[in-house]
Design a protein around this ligand. Sequence first.
Ligand SMILES: Cc1cc2nc3c(=O)[nH]c(=O)nc-3n(C[C@H](O)[C@H](O)[C@H](O)COP(=O)(O)OP(=O)(O)OC[C@H]3O[C@@H](n4cnc5c(N)ncnc54)[C@H](O)[C@@H]3O)c2cc1C
Length: 790
Amino acid sequence: MGVGLLYHLAHEGWTDTVLVEKDELTSGSTWHAAGLVPHFIGSLNTAKVHAYASDLYTRLEEETGLNTGWHGCGAVRLARTPDEVDWFKYVHGILQLVGVESHLVGPDEIPALHPLLNVDDVALGLHTPGDGWTDPTAATNAMAAGARQLGADIVRHNRVLDMNQLPDKRWEVITEKGRIVAEHVVNAAGTYGPQLGAMVGLEVPIVSVIHQYIVTESIPEVLALDKELPVIRDPRASCYYRQEHDGLIIGPYETEGSKPYGVDGVDWDLTFHLTPPEVERLLPWLDLAAQRIPAFEKAGIKQVVSGPITHTPDAGYLMGPAPGLENYWMCVGASIGITQGPGVGKYLAQWMVHGQTEINVREMDPRRFGPYAPGRYTYERSLDEYHEMYQVRMPGEYREAGRPVRKTPLYETLDAKGAQWQEVYGWERVQYFAPDMKPEVYSFRRGSAFEPTGAEVMGIRERVGVADLSAFSKYWVTGDDAAGLLDRLAANRLPASDGGIRLVHMLTELGGIESEMTITRLAPDRFYLNSAIVAEHHDLDWLRFHIREGEDVTVEDVTNSTGILAVTGPRSRDVLAQLTNSDLTNRSFRWLTGKPIKVAGIECVALRVSYVGELGWELHHRLEQMVDLYDAVQEAGSEHGIVDFGSRAMNVMRIEKAYKAWGGELTTEITPIEAGIERFVDFDKDFIGKEATLKRQGEDLAMVCVYAELDAADADCRGNEPVYAGDKMIGITTGGAYGYSVGKSLFFAYVHPDYSQPGSTFSVRVLDEARNAVVLEQAAWDPDNERLRV
Ligand SMILES: Cc1cc2nc3c(=O)[nH]c(=O)nc-3n(C[C@H](O)[C@H](O)[C@H](O)COP(=O)(O)OP(=O)(O)OC[C@H]3O[C@@H](n4cnc5c(N)ncnc54)[C@H](O)[C@@H]3O)c2cc1C
């Protein structure tokens, strides 16, 4: 991981760099890895990272003269159940988008690819011919040579002992061989990542887990082959199988009972270290492996390789800025680092050098985990992710391990009403309410949540709904220079008067959409900000790190102490009017304004905003008063048929309203121009990213955001489905849902501008089935905002 970064920083022009290694390169986890480089992955952006590895490993020799040991043997992953089949179809679409060759193959086609497999229970395979494996040491050395050729430095046998930040924000790194002062530091210490982080007060959410693979003696059936076998990934045995000479390497990811490693710290003196083999722990999975490859049953075991792999609570790595620290970066936590090192290096180098990457990195950003994560949550979730390595992750499924971390006071009340929970940034949030109280039957198609979600949507549209929206970030930005700071950051005009609310976007210097926030001005020097909960630390750092020397600005994060109750729908005014003396009429309390009021005797900042596109208020209040407020709203709402609703209904309704979402349609690799939100941008003032955004205005665009209707069967768009015009791929979906209020399956997509006009048609491959789509001119629901202004 570290060498991958050094190499790509050099290619980005940063060669005044040094990689400090306590022993030899690869002496941590890298040297003993099996070297597999899988293309199959259920995330678009991580798939780009994975695909880049085989690209780099196959061309490094030309650049450096060093062979990386690449074996382009291809791979087949096996599916047995209908859910796995749907998942494979979804991933097949992602791989088309990334440009990775992949084929869905029937069980009858698999023996021709791998003659030793028993495919009796196999329903489908996904064949990725460009997949393969490499020699981790050779690949690392080739990247190191490439970095050195360009002027980067590598100092071996030199342990980092300590780090301190200097007053000018540079870092002093104390090593065994002396002191280095650097503008930027990167933690790429593998299993030592948490210990290196602790030197600067960081709690790094990583737990290492021991992984073992066995190497067999020669197997006659393998010896007899005339070409190398593809790598197989088998969910039943939770194993990978790859050929090693005339034997096999078999690596099980135990689905239970795995062992953590070095939780209390790893001895600094360990090097080229292996943990003691415990092959008996693997037996249940090796038995299944023998059923899959009968030739393995009689094979002898030559070697067991057992070593630690870093895992994070969501199986992703930590790539990007460390929370709360300037110029300190993370490049650590990879569970398949031989695969991920090159791509992480490439995109992290872009981020460090240019302030922005060409892919969406939110799922990789270390700040996606907050202070809640270190400890039990990281421990339980990381082990669970290890166990689930080869299992299908269903839409809407949130694993139980490590939860709950953070519940609002309404948790028990809502749970008793059949709440189906999800975890976001540690918070428990309701997805929907199951009237039969039964857990969701997950599906890639319209599943058991479809009907109840629709009932919530219609209840809000026709009457009124109430929801706990506390899982949003909340900050007070105050002081004489607060307006100046926000004005500099926001591409949009700030609210001009007290009580005004604006939706604003904050951009990078390159014009990428970095943040989206709602800003309410309560006084000229007092602003209240709300943004997505996963952005809590990200946005906090963005705000704080942009305060200039001597400016009078305080940013206070009140996320944990503030509850939000949303009351929305045509009868919301009638409900709230029973609970407050404040005038809620349209004349006194207009749409997009906010003010302090008392509701049921509880002090609230009431914001007249509605993400679902109806008359409504968000009541921001002290979290501990939430139950009283909710009970009062329920009581007043009962005669109006009030419904509880969750995040699924909210997502449906924002799509019916054609509201774009941060992280979905609005991401850092997109400017407001492609996103079609330039009407929010105020080019008459200065803001970060203005120049780049103006320039983009005059350029030919590769893609623009469209809002469209799908001729859906039993599955709606989820996002990351490929869009085709005939055989030509012209775009990608970013999110979708069935719009119950309008009887249409709706979605957003980025498509080539030739297909962006209303009425343009194309097809979307939803679960590998081409479905027709047509671009819509305006929001499917209330395009003129009449229901918001009443
Ligand atoms: C048995 C096994 C099989 C695996 N198979 C695969 C596979 O097939 N495919 C795949 O993609 N991945 C595989 N992995 C995972 C892969 O090995 C790791 O994800 C990867 O090696 C992590 O790389 P890294 O650079 O983060 O860590 P490391 O390789 O551990 O590098 C971190 C380096 O930091 C150095 N360091 C730490 N602290 C300091 C300090 N204070 N000062 C100076 N230097 C320091 C260490 O010495 C070390 O060299 C496997 C792992 C295991 C255990």
